[in-house]
Design a protein around this ligand. Structure first.
Ligand code: HEM
Length: 356
């Protein structure tokens, strides 16, 4: 058994696009309207911004636990390329295999329930049959028997699921990042962080430690219950629609930050939004963390007038330490100058929905 994709033709829904080289990635008009714009007000500071991960508005990225969108097939192809060039982007310490099975079950059940046109899961005791139509996968395997899959359960399912994933073991009143599939990250390294505790992997973040944000977040997470997942947003900026902004490849993409001009900024500069969700897993008691990345080109985002106004104000007024940590301080003034053309000074309504 292998996990070679057996792709049907890309169709009207799944876009055939690239996140590297010629960068043909784009959002359709419908994709722009469902973009998870992360700012619910005209300013931004770190906070413990967590809410229940319950089904949200129909058609929005919150509708289902694991959003499958028009970029699905192309993102999975990009992930396979990253893993082929650097297998250490997926690691799972030996004690995390059961958590990998927990995650496989969670994702397969959710996708088969929420997208029956694309995914089917049939169970006969521990003998499971999984069909993933967009990727052309049709596998029979035995649940909890690693020898029946072409990869470990964690790698197997995350090669078929958009977004990065980490699995946290809980020990000594702390969380330990003991597994990860990380190919679309905002400049942090799984290979560096694997085995670290919650405070250790968050050490580089400015301001949030002093504000007590990580103390409160960890206490909250240690109480997370099975069946009651939570979610939060994070965001940063990326030049070009590059999913894989890893420290390991910084020499390749870092210099593109110097390529922005007033003429190309709207086309090259992307708001990078992470919709993160946390799930307690039933058998292992581990916590799964999903980090789903959405890229929105500035030119696309300002087609929603409220978002154009608000993005201008947020970037103009952001704390310079936060902009420096997120890696866009050098381009902040150029972004503000470009965005100012889309801010007429009108008030914006509370909340992030485009039409409100
Ligand atoms: C187990 C769950 C979590 C994992 C695995 C995780 C992982 C990470 C990682 C790897 C980073 C990048 C650090 C670096 O620069 O190297 C980060 C940043 C950050 N995390 Fe978490 N995190 C988790 C939960 C949370 C929660 C619950 C909060 C809530 C307050 C939070 C808030 C932040 C913030 C504010 C940043 C800085 C982001 C930025 O400015 O771009 N994290 N996290």
């Amino acid at each position: 058994m292998s996990l070679d994709f057996n792709l049907g033709a890309f169709n009207d829904y799944f876009r055939n696009e690239t996140f590297r080289d010629d960068f043909t990635y784009a959002n359709s008009p419908a994709g722009i309207r469902r973009f998870p714009f992360p700012f619910d007000r005209d300013d931004y500071m770190y906070s413990v911004n967590m809410e229940p991960h319950v089904p949200g508005r129909k058609g929005s990225v919150f509708e289902h636990a694991f959003d499958v969108d028009e970029h699905y097939v192309s993102e999975m192809i990009d992930r396979a390329k990253v893993l082929a060039s650097d297998p250490l982007r997926c690691q799972s310490l030996p004690h995390m295999t059961l958590a990998g099975w927990d995650l496989l079950e969670l994702i397969m059940e959710a996708k088969a329930r929420d997208y029956p046109q694309w995914f089917t899961l049939t169970k006969d005791g521990n003998r499971w049959h999984w069909i993933n139509r967009p990727l052309g996968i049709d596998h029979h395997f035995t649940f909890l028997d690693d020898s029946t899959l072409p990869y470990g359960p964690f790698e197997y399912i995350t090669r078929q699921t958009q977004g990065d994933f980490t699995l946290q073991d809980e020990r000594d009143n702390d969380l330990w990042m003991d597994a990860g599939m990380v190919t679309s990250q905002a400049d942090w390294s799984l290979d560096f962080d694997i085995g670290m505790s919650f405070m250790e992997w968050h050490a580089p973040v400015p301001l949030a430690h002093e504000k007590g944000i990580f103390d409160r977040a960890l206490k909250f997470l240690l109480k997370l219950q099975h069946g009651a997942p939570v979610r939060r947003f994070n965001w940063t900026m990326t030049v070009n629609p590059l999913l894989d902004t890893a420290p390991e490849t910084y020499p390749v993409w870092g210099p593109t930050k110097t390529s922005l001009t007033p003429e190309n900024l709207g086309q090259k500069q992307h708001l990078r939004v992470e919709l993160q969700a946390l799930f307690r897993l039933p058998r292992s008691n581990a916590i799964a963390f999903s980090i789903r990345c959405y890229l929105g080109r500035f030119e696309e985002l300002v087609t929603i007038p409220k978002w154009g106004r608000r993005l201008h104000r947020v970037i103009r007024d952001i704390n310079p330490d936060v902009a420096a940590y997120k890696g866009f301080l050098r381009n902040r003034d150029a972004m503000v100058a470009w965005l100012a053309g889309y801010d007429d000074g009108a008030p914006t309504s509370p909340g992030f929905w485009p039409e409100d």
